[in-house]
Design a protein around this ligand. Structure first.
Ligand code: MG
Length: 311
C-alpha cells in the first residue's frame, strides 16, 4: 500500500533529512524532501502529498506554521501530518496537535516507530479513499437508470439547465431529441415484460452508439421515452441525428427467448442557435416543443422525425 501515498519531508537539518529519506525509501515509499516549511508549501501548490512529515524547528516557516497553512487550504484529499520534535512537554504536544498535526514523534525516534506511525497514517488515508470510492459509486447509482444504464430523469433535470446555460454563455447552438418507441405496449403484451426490458435496453444501447461520445448524452425520460441532448448542434443537425437513429433502428433486431423483435420509434426535435432570443429558451420550453413534435410524429403515422427550432 505504501507507494500510493507519496510523502513530503520538511526538515532543515541535512543529516536528519537524508536519514529520513533513506528510512522511508527503504520502507517502499516515494519521498520528496525540502529544507523548510515555506518550500514545502510551495511544492504543495504543484503537487499533492497525502502525507507530510515535518520538523518543528525550521527557519523561514516552522512545522507549526506549515500545519496551520495546510489545514487552511483545500486539497484533493486529506493530508496526514506527522510532526517531528525534540519538544516533549505535554503543552508542546497539545500545541502541535492544535496546529493541525495528526500525530507526533519525539526525537530521537526509532526507525520502527516512524514506519509504524506512517502506517497508521496510511490506514486513515485508505479509509478516506474507500469512503470516497463508496460515495462515488452511490453518486453514479443515483444518476443512472438501472434498467438501461443511461442517465435517469433526475440527472436530466439537473444537467439540461446547465447545458443550456453553457451553450448561451459561449454562443453555441444546442438541440434535443425526445424519442419514444412505437407501440411499445404491444411488445410487452405480445412477448412479455422481460422481452420488453430487452427491447428497452437495446434501444438505449442503439442511442448510445449513435451519439458522439463525451459530448452528447441521453437520459431515460419516462417508460419508453428517452431524451438526447446534442451540444453545439442546431435543430437541423439534431434532425439529421434523429434520422440516423431511425435508420439504425430499422436495421436492428432484438433477439430474446428465441424470438426476433423489430421496433421503430418516433422523434421530436427542437433546438436553438446563438441568435435565438433569451426569453424563448428554457428547459421547459425545449422539452415542451420537442414533446409537441414527438406527438405530431406519432399522429402522422409514427416511425418519423419531426421538429422545429425554438424562435
Ligand atoms: Mg529543525
Amino acid at each position: 500500500m505504501s507507494d500510493d501515498f507519496p510523502i513530503l519531508i520538511a526538515e532543515d537539518d541535512p543529516v536528519s533529512r537524508k536519514l529520513l529519506e533513506k528510512i522511508l525509501i527503504k520502507a517502499g515509499n516515494k519521498v520528496v524532501s525540502v529544507e523548510n516549511g515555506q518550500r514545502a508549501l510551495e511544492l504543495f501548490n504543484d503537487k499533492f502529498f497525502p502525507i507530510v512529515l515535518t520538523d518543528w524547528m525550521m527557519p523561514e516557516m516552522d512545522g507549526l506554521e506549515l500545519c496551520r497553512a495546510i489545514r487552511k487550504n483545500t486539497y484533493p484529499g486529506y493530508v496526514f501530518i506527522i510532526l517531528l520534535t525534540a519538544k516533549d512537554s505535554k503543552d508542546d504536544v497539545i500545541m502541535g496537535l492544535r496546529a493541525g498535526a495528526d500525530d507526533y514523534l519525539i526525537k530521537p525516534f526509532s526507525h520502527a516507530e516512524l514506519v509504524a506511525r506512517l502506517n497508521t497514517g496510511k490506514r486513515v488515508l485508505e479509509l478516506e479513499k474507500s469512503l470516497k470510492d463508496a460515495n462515488e459509486e452511490i453518486r453514479i447509482l443515483s444518476i443512472t437508470d438501472p434498467l438501461t444504464g443511461t442517465y435517469n430523469r433526475g440527472y436530466m433535470t439537473e444537467r439540461l439547465p446547465q447545458e443550456i446555460k453553457r451553450a448561451r454563455r459561449y454562443s453555441r447552438a444546442l438541440s434535443i431529441i425526445l424519442c419514444d418507441i412505437d407501440h411499445f405496449k404491444k411488445v410487452n403484451d405480445t412477448y412479455g415484460h422481460l422481452a420488453g426490458d430487452r427491447v428497452l435496453k437495446d434501444f438505449a444501447q442503439c442511442i448510445r452508439h449513435s451519439i458522439r461520445q463525451d459530448v452528447d448524452w441521453t437520459a431515460r425520460y419516462g417508460g419508453e421515452e428517452f431524451l438526447i441532448v446534442l451540444p453545439e448542434t442546431d435543430v437541423n443537425g439534431g434532425s439529421v441525428m434523429a434520422e440516423r437513429l431511425q435508420s439504425e433502428l430499422s436495421q436492428r433486431v432484438t433477439e430474446t427467448q428465441g424470438k426476433k423483435i423489430s421496433i421503430t420509434a418516433s422523434f421530436g426535435v427542437t433546438g436553438f442557435s446563438p441568435d435565438t432570443p433569451d426569453e424563448m429558451i428554457s428547459p421547459e420550453a425545449m422539452i415542451s416543443k420537442a414533446d409537441k413534435y414527438l406527438y405530431q410524429a406519432k399522429r402522422e403515422g409514427r416511425n418519423r422525425v419531426m421538429g422545429e427550432a425554438l424562435d
